[in-house]
Design a protein around this ligand. Structure first.
Ligand SMILES: Nc1nc2c(ncn2[C@@H]2O[C@H](COP(=O)(O)OP(=O)(O)O)[C@@H](O)[C@H]2O)c(=O)[nH]1
Ligand SMILES: [Mg+2]
Length: 320
């Protein structure tokens, strides 16, 4: 029975990715597409009024001012070359711009370059860190990597138990200490265990208490120092988990975190539950940090590698 379940899970995990992008982003897409469609009539001329309407639409789409400006400039430049622009032309232009924005991103986690590859996972409470760690553990374990999870959020016993459940679901080991008062000890034990067990990847959960920046900085510094006692060039990746449904607020969070610690990748969660998928573009544009994965649901398989072209396609029209 257990084996059967695992097989089924694997089948789902390697399932049709375009399909899952399409389903997961359907709320954002509907909003985006309806907004765009409402601007276009057949053979509508690109005039001042049209440009103003599209400007207003873009601002409301949470893409952020910089990206909105880029799109508007392109539309204006193109409309000077050609008298008429239809919906397809605009979509094509926006697709090119979106793809350009994300083009140079390195979306891999360097698990093949370090052994163990230490991944520090940071972000405010509720953004989805623990869930994402479970999903990452399942993904890499399925790829044949030996994954170890470290329960570095020691502030609430419930947080450790929740991570424990995810470790079991993913079928990986966890290092935890229910009596720990701060993360240093358990992180040290976790890294040591990872080295001696020859883990390929160590995922370190952290507490995300942003209300006190000095404290957060101290705590992350301490965790890093502890890791570096055992592996001087670690962490090899610091992933910031952002709740994609909180719009502009997640940009503020991201700016705060990057001031506290260098962030090498973003994971944007809860894109399934929001119509605000566009805010991800604004965050990326402001911070120039690659988006590595997106979260499209609450189960083990609902974490997908970020693909700009699939994101764009899913936002504009789906895959039909
Ligand atoms: N719909 C949806 N819910 C998510 C996603 N990722 C996390 N969540 C939910 O968000 C809530 C907070 O997640 P948790 O991992 O505990 O956040 P943490 O405090 O940062 O560790 C939980 O109820 C998760 O099930 C996602 O991609 N989609
Ligand atoms: Mg947590």
């Amino acid at each position: 029975m257990a084996l059967f379940k695992k097989k089924k899970r694997e089948a789902k995990g390697t399932g049709n990715i375009p399909d899952r992008y399409e389903k997961g982003l359907s709320r954002s897409r509907n909003r985006f597409r309806e907004g765009l469609l409402s601007l276009f009539g057949r053979g509508k001329k690109i005039d001042e009024a049209f440009l103003e309407n599209i400007e207003a639409f873009l601002y409301e789409s949470d893409l952020g001012a910089d990206v909105t400006e880029k799109i508007l400039e392109r539309i204006e430049a193109e409309s000077r070359k050609k008298e008429l622009l239809n919906e397809t032309d605009i979509k094509q232009l926006m697709t090119e711009i979106f793809e350009d924005l994300f083009r140079d991103d390195d979306t891999r986690i360097p698990v093949d370059r370090h052994q163990p590859c230490v991944v520090l996972v940071v972000g405010v409470n509720g953004s989805g860190k623990t869930t994402t760690i479970g999903k990452l553990a399942a993904r890499y374990s399925r790829e044949g990597k030996k994954v170890l999870i470290v329960a570095g959020d020691t502030y609430r016993a419930a947080a450790i138990e929740q991570l424990d459940v995810w470790a079991r679901r993913a079928g990986v080991d966890i290092i935890k200490n229910l009596d720990a008062k701060n993360p240093s000890g358990v992180v040290y034990d976790g890294i040591q265990a990872g080295v001696s067990r020859k883990a390929d990847m160590i995922l370190v959960d952290t507490a995300g208490r942003l209300h006190n920046k000095a404290h957060l900085m101290q705590e992350l510094d301490k965790i890093k120092r502890v890791i570096q006692k055992l592996i001087p060039d670690a962490p090899h990746e610091t992933l910031l988990v952002l709740d994609g449904s909180v719009g502009q607020n997640s940009l503020v969070q991201a700016q705060e975190f990057t001031r506290v610690t260098p962030v090498t990748g973003l994971i944007v969660t809860k894109l399934d539950g929001t119509a605000k998928g566009g805010s991800m573009v604004a965050i990326h544009e402001k911070l120039h940090i690659p988006v590595k994965f997106i979260g499209l649901g609450e189960s083990l398989d609902d974490l997908l590698p970020f693909s700009p072209s699939m994101y764009v396609q899913a936002m504009f029209e789906g895959f039909q």
